[in-house]
Design a protein around this ligand. Structure first.
Ligand code: PRX
Length: 630
């Protein structure tokens, strides 16, 4: 990499091979973004071309109207690389968590056959275009097969992160009214077997689920309900390895994905077929500079949007090899991730700042022996990356050779919308970079907003909740400006730096959680009066929740804390566990009864409190301060 002041640029060698190397592309795209995306769309396979590229009826918009497409046709038989060129190539390398188990490799043709078998099996169970299928699977190949099988036949996939609790699963299934759930007996996590089927059994109670397809993974003991449960292997055993792709309208639903783990009413964002396919293909190609021999490792679980778009759809649309690792990157040794990069000759590595900070904390000795000679590009996602983690990643993993793309996006945007392009740069630690060509971004009073024509792969609404869509994203400014809820600023070169969220979202290890859902989970405890959750900076996880719990009963603080932990695990899952729990008698409130979370945050980060005269109970502030000091 070439360094100029605080900026880095790709080497001439990297640039020579990069798909995009001339900054003129930004100007060209800006002249007519709709035309720009239209030209990109035209390169993929459509059963029928669209009539209108973009239609805007604020706050709704559509792309490639009346075009007919199927994302799996673009992955398999109509892949732009040519089916004959890719069918015998590895589509997926799967690395199991237990070291002693074997790696599984699926070629494009093998994957295609498995997708078709399951698609046929699903049809036999009676699912039709537009129906929703829940997918509650760990990081195993069947997660990819299930997602693609749904897409093949026009069924809407609704994936639920496998570490979410049964209550969180249920809340999603209730809203999306799925009739089928695909799950597994269990899975490995840090050497333990998690009984996933047990959670699934609990989660489908009082939902519309009629059949549960069970993948055999960990061979643990499970309960079996012969009326509902069917083994995955039995379902596909006699199915044909061919299944016609359903011809989908560009604006038909492709998938639903919730933005939070809330047990109340999780918002499930809607992504559609045409625009998502186009954006997913091109953002991957240009941002990760996918070339035919690349082996890409995106560490995200398919339960998150990054897993959907960049572990699965984008590399496969580009005809390259994607790697999926079942376990935690530091298990059983802190350098497991480094071993995987070397063993599988990973060329592009994409992970979250939390993982980078964790690798850094293990110390340089742990990875001294690795040269990472195959790596040529690195990526970061999910939360702001601070300068020191950026530099460590750059030096110790990229060996000062690999550009780092710090990619900003959201579940709602469906794909990356801000980052420097690797063949152009510049790369500046802690800055994401420039908007992707054809995307108009602005910063209004520090708020990051997206302007029309938005992007083809952005979500089209919240499932069954148009009011929430309007309120959350379109009512802050004008109805034709998308409000991201991120605070950002721009430097002289126009590079964007993301500061953080303005709403109640906290990014815990890159995972999205709202303080509201955490409080709602805790408040379900019958003896707890109320609670307040606050996100505070954390050295490794970026942010971590701290909760204040109002309890006036007889139990000891330790007992209540244990119950709070159990309650959160039950309602959301272990990712939402707080860093600290404080049991208090009251929360600071205004005279109208509003909880002053701002004051709690200031107490935690030891900032000046300012004027407390608006409080109804200022005396509680001192009491809380004493407890925090303990
Ligand atoms: O605050 C931003 C942060 O993650 C939020 C979106 O979270 P989620 O929907 O879970 O999607 C995460 C994966 C795309 C954003 O509003 N965020 C995401 N990427 C970055 C980021 N913050 C800073 N830098 C990033 N590169």
């Amino acid at each position: 990499m070439i360094k100029e002041g605080e900026l880095y640029f790709p080497t001439k060698e990297f640039q020579k091979k990069a798909w995009v190397k001339n900054a003129k592309i930004y100007k060209e795209a800006e002249k007519d973004p709709v035309k720009f995306w239209e030209n990109l769309a035209a390169q993929l396979f459509w059963f029928e071309k669209w009539e209108k590229p973009f239609v805007h009826q604020p706050p709704y918009f559509q792309w490639f109207v009346n075009g007919k497409i199927n994302i799996t046709s673009n992955i398999f038989e109509k892949n732009l690389q040519g089916w004959e060129n890719i069918k015998n190539k590895a589509a997926l390398i799967w690395e199991p968590e237990p070291i002693e188990q074997s790696v599984k490799i699926l070629t494009y043709e093998e994957l295609f056959k498995k997708v078709c078998c399951l698609a046929n099996g699903l049809k036999k169970l009676g699912v039709k275009k537009g129906d929703r299928v829940g997918i509650y699977l760990p990081m195993i190949s069947e997660a990819i097969i299930s997602i693609l099988a749904c897409a093949r036949i026009g069924v809407v996939h609704a994936v639920v992160f496998s570490a979410f609790s049964s209550a969180a699963l249920k809340a999603r299934l209730v809203t999306n009214e799925a009739k089928i759930l695909i799950t597994a007996d269990g899975y490995y996590r840090r050497g333990q077997i998690v009984n996933l089927k047990q959670n699934a059994d609990e989660g489908i109670k009082e939902t519309k689920i009629e059949k549960v397809i069970v993948v055999k993974r960990a061979e643990n003991e499970i309960n079996w309900n012969s009326e509902k449960d069917v083994w995955y292997e039995d379902l596909i055993r006699n199915e044909s390895e061919q299944c016609e792709a359903k011809i989908m309208d560009s604006e038909d639903l492709l998938f639903l994905l919730a933005t939070s783990g809330s047990t109340g009413s999780p918002k499930q964002v809607m992504h559609t077929c045409g625009g998502y396919t186009i954006q997913t293909y091109w953002t991957g190609k240009w941002i990760f500079d996918f070339h035919k021999n690349d082996i890409f490792w995106c560490t995200s679980d398919p339960g998150w949007v990054t897993g959907h778009t960049y572990t699965i759809y984008s590399p496969l649309l580009n005809g390259i090899t994607t790697l999926m690792f079942e376990g935690a990157p530091d298990w059983p040794e802190p350098d497991r991730w480094a071993q995987i990069i070397e063993k599988h000759k990973i060329t592009i590595f994409y992970t979250a700042p939390t993982a980078i900070r964790m690798f850094e904390k293990y110390g340089a000795d742990v990875i001294k022996k690795y040269k990472f000679a195959t790596l040529r590009l690195l990526g970061s996602v999910g939360e702001p990356i601070d300068e020191s983690a950026w530099l460590w990643y750059f030096r110790e993993v990229g060996k000062e050779r690999c550009p780092i793309v710090d990619t900003w996006w959201q579940t709602e945007t469906g794909g990356i919308l801000i980052t420097s392009l690797p063949g152009i740069g510049p790369f500046k630690p802690a800055f994401t970079g420039l908007p992707f060509p054809g995307v108009k971004i602005d910063i209004l009073e520090n708020n990051l907003v997206i302007l029309p024509p938005f992007s083809p792969g952005m979500f089209r609404g919240i499932y069954k909740n148009p009011q929430k869509y309007l309120e959350t994203y379109w009512s802050q400014t004008k109805k034709n400006v998308y409000f991201t809820s991120d605070v950002a600023h721009k430097n002289e070169q126009g590079l964007i730096r993301i500061i953080g969220r303005v709403d109640d979202v906290i990014k815990v290890a890159g995972h999205r959680l709202t303080t509201g859902e955490l409080e709602a989970a805790i408040n379900l405890h019958s003896e707890i009066i109320e609670s307040a959750a606050i996100g505070i900076p954390d050295e490794i996880k970026g942010e971590a929740p701290v909760v204040f719990v109002v309890y006036r009963g007889e139990k000891t603080h330790d007992e209540i804390k244990k119950e709070v932990i159990a309650q959160i695990k039950k309602e959301i899952g272990p990712i939402a566990l707080p860093k600290e729990i404080y049991i208090i008698k009251d929360l600071p409130k205004t005279r109208s009864g509003k909880i002053m979370r701002r004051i709690l945050k200031k107490l935690l980060v030891k900032e000046e409190l300012g004027d407390l005269s608006t409080l109804r109970n200022p005396e509680i502030v001192e009491e809380i301060r004493k407890i925090i000091k303990l």
